[in-house]
Write a protein that binds this ligand. Structure first.
Ligand code: SAM
Length: 257
């Protein structure tokens, strides 16, 4: 499965919770929720870019004056619409955020949770360009992206599981699951995640990326998850550091440097 055009995403409408990490409820340390609360004010118009089934919308609707929810997968957005049917301050709209000609209403703050995942760099650039021209100068962004460092730590831990079980160094390394890692994948930060080619980010890479689009990164943190999100039966000894996504809080520069 590709999962990078609307039909791919729509085909997940029923199994969304099973296949797609629910960041806000699965993170162990509440960093995404904290970043959103710090970035969205009561008088704000806020946009959720790539809202999927609308998991962040109730929180955004509580915090902000108005919420614009965008996704290019109509069936996912229909689920989101049902979830916020009683919220008068949320408007859901099907849009392809990679459309260069897209002009969305300006917002004070934006949230984008694991939607910049396409393996195509030009496509991701277009989505980030849309987000960057929609949030007003001085406005805020909460961006959550998968961590490449975390994926590599998972491979490291997989080797360690075997070593602690008494395997030889050679067999432990040979048995670690590196099926998603290819040289081009390491070069581009694109790995196979559950059968889907997915873009993962280095910390400095995503900081530089936001800077290139006119954002000043104010804070970068880890949204941590249990090891059960990476291994079927993680051993009891496996604790911190936990696997994580990067959570960035950024402010739109008033003038491009
Ligand atoms: C991993 S899901 C995350 C959904 C939601 N933010 C969440 O945390 O549950 C990625 C979402 O981004 C949407 N998406 C990806 N590319 C998009 C694009 N070019 N335009 C609009 N939505 C897009 C997908 O349809 C999908 O709903």
């Amino acid at each position: 499965m590709k999962r990078h055009d609307p039909r791919d995403w729509d085909s997940l409408a029923r199994g969304f919770d099973e296949h797609v990490c629910h960041v806000l409820s699965e993170e162990r340390n509440g960093r995404v929720q904290t970043a959103i609360r710090a970035s969205v004010g009561a008088s704000d118009r806020v946009a959720d870019f790539g809202c999927g089934t609308g998991r962040a919308l109730p929180l955004l609707a509580d915090l902000a004056d108005r919420v614009d929810a965008y996704d290019f997968a109509p069936e996912l957005l229909a689920v989101a619409e049902r979830a916020v049917a009683r919220r008068e301050n949320v408007a859901c709209r099907v849009v392809d955020l990679s459309d260069d000609a897209l002009a969305l209403p300006t917002v004070d703050a934006g949230v984008c949770v694991n939607a910049l995942l396409s393996p195509s760099a030009p496509l991701r650039t277009k989505v980030l360009a849309t987000i960057s021209r929609t949030v007003r100068p001085g406005g805020r962004l909460v961006l959550v992206v998968p961590s490449l460092e975390s994926a590599l730590l998972t491979v490291h831990r997989h080797v360690e599981i075997h070593l602690r079980d008494g395997w030889s160094d050679r067999s432990a390394r040979a048995a670690a699951d590196v099926s998603g890692l290819t040289p081009a994948g390491i070069r581009d930060g694109v790995l196979d995640r559950g059968g889907v080619r997915t873009k993962l980010y280095l910390r400095e890479e995503v900081e530089l990326l936001l800077d290139a689009f006119g954002w000043t990164v104010e804070a970068i943190d880890k949204a941590e998850y249990d090891w059960s999100t990476e291994f079927e039966s993680p051993p009891d000894w496996m604790a911190a550091p936990y696997p994580w996504d990067w959570v960035l809080r950024a402010i739109k520069q008033r003038r491009r440097r």
